[in-house]
Design a protein around this ligand. Structure first.
Ligand code: PHE
Ligand code: FE
Length: 302
């Protein structure tokens, strides 16, 4: 299984070192931050990857690719080949070139998790940070921090979709604003339940578009077909009230109808939204992962 990263801000041992965007781990993040620039990006030192690194990538990619039909959304399946040959870790420059032509996005190398504001600033500039290192063979099914496989395979294909690409940029801009409003925790839930763990309803059935699902061998079939988890129709305020799990498969997934719906629902100014959500939490509490609310529309799987 592939563990995910909770956008929990500022707490934990890494405080001061800065790269604490995600996770409440008790050890410093991996990665060579000494080589990073002021915006936390770094060169992808492609020559440094070993044959074993490329082999890990190839095996992860191959396993995941065969799982996609019937589980991943069409936009993802159509674009995944843009990553290039599965035989070796892609060169970021080559993927960027194709991405730039398609949607004006680029990918940039980073040593690992980066501070929230740096992350938001990159997204707002249509630059997606991709971790440069790959997991060790013994971490094949489970890696604590995002690595190049999660970041590239999970996130980059949908950046080829024009509407999703615009959503990601808007999220970055919204993040910079949320930082000023001290609302990053609420906004992080949106990232979690859409960009990382989102499901989309299609005429053929539910499909995954979240990167945390799409890069996980275990959670991809589970999220789309298991009768266990809740699947709730996307609602912005419902989502922002909802806690999430970082160390097991999700107990709740939010389902969108289209990327356009997601874009439109998140386009309005969040300043009053944050205030309303805070007031509602104050009154009724947060919604626990897996908890259903009275009368809400749930999706069933067959
Ligand atoms: N509309 C949001 C705001 O004003 C910004 C945003 C857009 C956030 C898309 C997330 C996703 O804060
Ligand atoms: Fe991710």
């Amino acid at each position: 299984m592939y563990r995910r990263f909770a956008p929990v801000v500022g707490k934990g041992v890494n405080q001061g070192v800065a790269p604490v965007t995600y996770g409440t781990g008790d050890r410093p993040p991996r990665g060579n931050y000494a080589s990073a620039r002021a915006d936390y990006t770094c060169e992808q030192d492609w020559a440094r990857y070993t044959a074993a690194d490329h082999d890990t990538y190839r095996r992860l990619y191959t396993r995941q690719l065969q799982q996609l039909p019937g589980r991943a959304c069409d936009e993802f399946i159509a674009a995944v080949q843009q990553l290039g040959t599965p035989d070796r870790i892609p060169r970021f420059d080559e993927v960027s070139e194709r991405l730039l032509k398609a949607t004006g996005w680029q990918i940039v190398g980073v040593p690992g998790l980066i501070p929230e504001e740096a992350f938001f600033a990159l997204l707002a500039a249509r630059k997606f940070p991709v971790t440069d290192w790959i997991r060790q063979p013994e971490e094949f099914d489970y890696v604590v921090e995002p690595d190049v496989f999660h970041d590239l395979f999970g996130h980059v294909p949908l950046l080829f979709d024009p509407v999703f690409a615009d959503y990601m940029q808007a999220y970055g801009a919204g993040g910079l604003k949320a930082s000023r409003l001290d609302a990053c925790e609420l906004l992080a839930r949106l990232y979690w339940y859409t960009v990382e763990f989102g499901l989309i309803a299609t005429p053929q059935g539910l499909r995954a578009y979240g990167a945390g699902i799409l890069s996980s061998a275990g959670e991809l079939p589970y999220s789309v077909h298991s009768p266990e988890p809740q699947r709730v129709a996307f609602g912005l305020q419902r989502l922002m009230r909802s806690r999430y799990r970082i160390d097991t498969f999700q107990a709740t997934y939010f389902v969108i109808d289209s990327f356009q719906q997601l874009f439109d629902a998140t386009a309005p100014d969040f300043t009053p939204v944050y205030a309303e959500v805070r007031a509602r939490i104050e009154r009724d509490g947060e919604v626990e992962a897996g908890q259903a609310l009275p009368g809400e529309r749930l999706f069933s799987v067959c």
